[in-house]
Design a protein around this ligand. Sequence first.
Ligand SMILES: Cc1ncc(COP(=O)(O)O)c(C=O)c1O
Length: 461
Amino acid sequence: MDGIEKDYVFHRDLKKEYPIITHGAGSYLIDENGKKYLDACSGAVAANLGHGISSIGEAMAEQAKKAAFVHTMRFETKVLHQLAEKIGKMAPDNLNKVYFTTGGSEANESALKLARQYHRDAGRQQKHIVIGRWQSYHGNTIGSLSAGGDVNRRHAYTPNLLNYAHVYSPYCHRCPYGRHKNDCISRQNWTCVTDIERIILELGPENVSAFIAEPIVGSQQGAVPPPSGYFEKVRELCDRYDIVLIIDEVMTGFGRSGTHFATEQIGITPDIITFGKGVSAGYAPLAGMIVHNRLIDGLINNSDGKFIHGYTYSGHPVAVAAGLAALKIYEQDRVLENVKKQSAYLFNRLMELKQKHSYISDIRGRGLLIGIELVKDREHDLLFDPVEKAAERINEIAMDLGAVFYPGSGSIDGTKGEHLIVSPPLTVTKTEIDEIVRILDESFTILKRHLRKDEFYEITK
Ligand SMILES: Cc1ncc(COP(=O)(O)O)c(C=O)c1O
């Protein structure tokens, strides 16, 4: 690399070399050698408006020149109020207060702590346990990692994790409870719901503070939406046992699922919605939570108005200006309309690919958050061995061919199960979708060749 003498970067993988991106334009990233990558996963489902939008950069620069930093313990800015108002208006009725953080992990950490403080200050001293779901991801800080159920990410830190409880989510394609979708739903006898109640009773409802779930399970399971009716039942349980319901929309929010929030599609009002990624479309580290009036009233009446929490960079003016500029573009460019249109087209094209490749066992998702479950042989439902790293290999092949996807593993039980997430910028065009599908098609064909030859697998860089 020009002008760099020694590598001082603590890389995600210290044994790997990463392409150096010099710039981006729309759905593409371009590296220092001029190679173009179609960003078919919006980075980590964050760069929702694509790359190189100068108006967002200009809004950030403008704010940085005026007041780059104020501490929210003493001061606030107009952009903070403007963005909070926009988000509050998008949220379900009665969720009217917006709290900002820099990332999704911090947003969930804040939500878990708020639930605890809300109960404690109302005299429910014992309520502290959080119930999360296996194969869900809520972040990498100790609290959010404890609430999540990503076996691989948790494993190394097991002794450090908090004593939270977990149930399985409704992964009807391969029900972890061994039930059949039609049977269980038609008989209104959902094991994935009764198990939540079982665990609440086992822990003692007086000890349970919050239930946290992604409305569509993202990175760890590969865009799995819930069966309709599931979250209504979860809401009923939370009401019955006075448990704060946190819906993690860090990945699904701001149009990714086809509506402003996926919560609109699951038909309930949560107590807290956490958000991140898409709010600034990746232009600045920005995330947060939107809180129900009930919890806010609790803080005002029982906690002297104070949430015992906060970060130096909460509501950072430059990050908030980026969010405001991004939301302006979502609105002006009618991005949601594009999501609806391109989602249908992308689903259709992927279904065609499924006919062609027996590696594809399931295609699911909402909007432009689409998951492809990968198996070695669909007809015999033969799973890939985790050591084959099928999803990662397909993505490496695709990157070689000029597109990047979001691979994941452990989607079935934490170790087995491979998937790819296809989540291009919400501004993606039909031509770009054709390119995404063409590269995926070719990648599957190349993978087949490699596996057939059983040769040492190497990608030419
Ligand atoms: C659903 C969900 N929650 C939380 C997080 C954590 O967000 P961050 O990486 O910004 O801390 C992620 C990140 O992928 C996510 O997908």
